[in-house]
Design a protein around this ligand. Sequence first.
Ligand code: GLY
Length: 371
Amino acid sequence: MRVAVIGAGIVGLACAEELVRCGHDVRVFDPDPGGGATRAAAGMLAPAGEAWHGETDLLRLGVASARLWPEYAARLQAASGVDIDLRTAGTLLVGQDHDDLQQMRRTLEVLATQGIAFQELDRREARAHEPTLSRVAGATLLPEDHNVNPRLVAEALLCLLGDRVVRARATVLDGGVAFADGTEFGCDAVVVATGAEARSLVPQVRPVRGETIRLRGADRPSRVLRARVHGEPVYVVPRAGGEVVVGATEEEHASEPVATLGAVVRLLHAARTLVPGLESADVVEITARHRPGTPDNGPLLGVTDRPGAVPQLLAVGHYRGGVLLAPLTAQVIRAHVEDGEIPAVARPFAPSRFGPHQICTPADHRKDAMS
Ligand code: GLY
């Protein structure tokens, strides 16, 4: 099959690489490959840490994708020669004070109902596991929540895809995709993987801004810390080379994603309260991007109902889980392209769950404007 993938973030690149690996003729179109939410992402493979009430289908999807990651990472590394910094020391879910701890226990209730492993630690045990922590009220070890460096994953995928990645903005047509200069690329299927930018095509996607801050040096934790600090959510993610990524902000926000002073101050204050040794770290970078949110926080994975068109597939709306869900999304999209078996765990995420007309192309917008 000749397939056009629109969007070269981690999801689009993973879909393209999977299709190429299975013998398809693929082009990926993006004016800035790897430059969207992938650039801001902290890379937590954290189905348990992100679990919440009412989202058990999403939790199962996340667990299924997390289980693909070790083999996926090994394959990408071997094929590309890029070390993507997969870390498997698990995550500490931390409550700074007793109210924070209660909130954390709400997540544990969900994990218990799904049989997901965790180990509660009192304050002394928490400090013994992670000596860089301040005097926190308690913590829980999530042994299966790992992390990777998304920028390196994108680099590995870009290396494997080579000149199949084209730096151009493409729009969806019924028979393929079109470019600003009026030229077209005809194909047998189109995969839309444009993250929060998909909102112009997919009405269910909405932008949710997040900031991440990159620090270097100082007293870093040895594993991912995901915490509430006097009500403020924050994560602190150690990386190779002395880097630490701090993030967690979420703002419903539609215009250009720029970092705000308020969000940066809140994040840094929470991170320093949690890990006092970060006080003397260098601030290297502040990045803001939009996450692609959806009404039920789950992605849209699969074919749309658009009649008379080449199949148009959606791999959008991954919200807080783009990195985690990339390998499984790639398998689901390949199964759709090949008319194969869709993994049962992904079936609740069909675009049709939001009703008809899951995609609205620029031509539709023009027709609406004229009518
Ligand atoms: N998955 C982490 C975040 O979206 O902030």
